[in-house]
Design a protein around this ligand. Structure first.
Ligand SMILES: CC(C)(COP(=O)(O)OP(=O)(O)OC[C@H]1O[C@@H](n2cnc3c(N)ncnc32)[C@H](O)[C@@H]1OP(=O)(O)O)[C@@H](O)C(=O)NCCC(=O)NCCS
Length: 157
């Protein structure tokens, strides 16, 4: 597997992929609108094909993972991207690596907690506010679970 930094040449592809995966070119988390195609990030390639994408946002001493998607699950792509962003955040002197996921995303909650992240906050019913900024956020998510809360996970570096 190879991981490389997102470059300006990747931006159009990232935009298309985010629309395909998240329903619009924006991602809204904790009432903040992000344009992942404009953010720094990493692409993972496996056997010549794009297998994963992670974008992040730096603010002060914190690094927020804004999106993480893998298209070949269970191969270690997600883990490798987390390791890569952890190193990048360390180089930027960040003290906190964090992200927000939704209450329905049980695979993500499992994935992150097994990789050292801990739940830092639960923002009850906060998706209602996000939906005002991005009406494309579905009402129902994984396994038919209503999408309602944002769960903040963090790792101190
Ligand atoms: C959550 C997500 C990012 C995980 O990515 P992934 O590439 O499947 O992650 P990994 O392959 O590193 O790890 C997944 C599992 O596969 C296992 N695995 C890792 N390498 C493996 C290998 N070479 N062979 C078999 N299994 C392997 C891991 O042990 C892990 O299982 P565990 O959680 O029991 O430890 C991915 O499922 C995804 O894109 N989900 C949809 C989008 C999303 O929800 N994103 C996160 C919210 S922001």
């Amino acid at each position: 597997m190879e991981i490389h930094l997102l470059t300006p040449a990747d931006r159009d592809w990232v935009r298309r992929k985010i629309i395909e995966t998240w329903g619009a070119e924006t991602v809204v988390v904790h009432q903040t609108v992000y344009h992942p195609a404009e953010l720094p990030g990493f692409i993972a390639e496996a056997e010549g094909e794009i297998a994963g994408l992670l974008t992040y946002h730096l603010e002060g001493e914190a690094c927020e993972i804004v999106t993480l998607d893998t298209w070949r699950t269970g191969l270690g792509v997600g883990t490798a991207l987390i390791e890569t962003v952890k190193q990048a955040a360390g180089r930027e002197k960040c003290r906190r690596l964090w992200l927000v996921t939704t209450n329905d995303n049980l695979p993500a909650l499992r994935f992150y907690q097994k990789r050292g992240f801990v739940i830092a906050a639960v923002h009850v019913n906060s998706i209602e506010k996000d939906r005002r900024l991005k009406p494309e956020i579905p009402l129902t998510g994984m396994d038919g679970i209503p999408i309602r809360d944002e769960i903040e996970l963090e790792m101190m570096l």
